[in-house]
Design a binder for this molecule. Structure first.
Ligand code: ZN
Length: 188
């Protein structure tokens, strides 16, 4: 299946239904007949860096395509009418059954990239949070419909080749190289 971006996937103007469309730079679609304009803004996502009591970082092993078997972080896309904080707290609850509140997490930085789904490539921008609460590797549960397994790794020993999403990999390299994981003020 050839991958198209969103702007190149539209064949008809969603407003007037005609095909006289002008595309600009993969980001904008304009109808020459009715002047409908669509800007392809990135889809917002959220991820969280969570550690166990031994300060090892939690990774999720993906159960499904795309990138089945690769290591990622807990998180997902922001729902409509949801803040970034609400989204990451909901995702952590859904994926790991953990109840976090606002004071347990803080913003770290963001990454950008593409997410391919059913032949369409979407721009994404992901906000990364750090969780100040540590988790118990022995008792933590996970949603088995999305995650194959949980993997805890020492930050110094992460094999970056196992992280297939380029935006996750890039920010992870920065997080490790800058030793930002050593600056986390964990909650007791
Ligand atoms: Zn139109």
């Amino acid at each position: 299946m050839s991958i198209k971006n969103v702007v190149n996937s539209y064949r008809f103007c969603p407003l007037c239904g005609k095909t006289n469309l002008l595309r600009q730079d993969d980001f904008m679609l304009k109808c020459k007949d009715c002047r409908f304009i669509y800007f392809d803004n990135p889809k917002p996502g959220v991820s969280c860096l969570i550690f166990n009591h031994n300060k090892q970082l939690l990774f999720t092993k993906r159960l499904k395509e795309p990138m089945k078997g690769s290591l990622g972080l807990p998180g997902g896309f922001v729902d409509s009418n949801e803040t970034l904080d609400e989204a990451i707290i909901r995702e952590i609850k859904e994926e790991l059954f953990l109840d976090l509140n606002q004071s347990d997490i803080y913003y770290y930085g963001s990454s950008k990239g593409h997410f391919e789904y059913q032949g369409i490539s979407y721009f994404i921008v992901t906000a990364w949070f750090i969780c100040r609460k540590t988790v118990d590797e022995q008792t933590i549960k996970f949603a088995t419909d999305e995650i194959e397994d949980l993997v805890f790794l020492d930050p110094e020993k992460i094999d970056f080749d196992l992280i297939k999403l380029p935006d996750v990999k890039n920010l992870m390299v920065k997080f490790i190289n800058k030793k930002d994981y050593k600056k986390i003020n964990f909650k007791i």
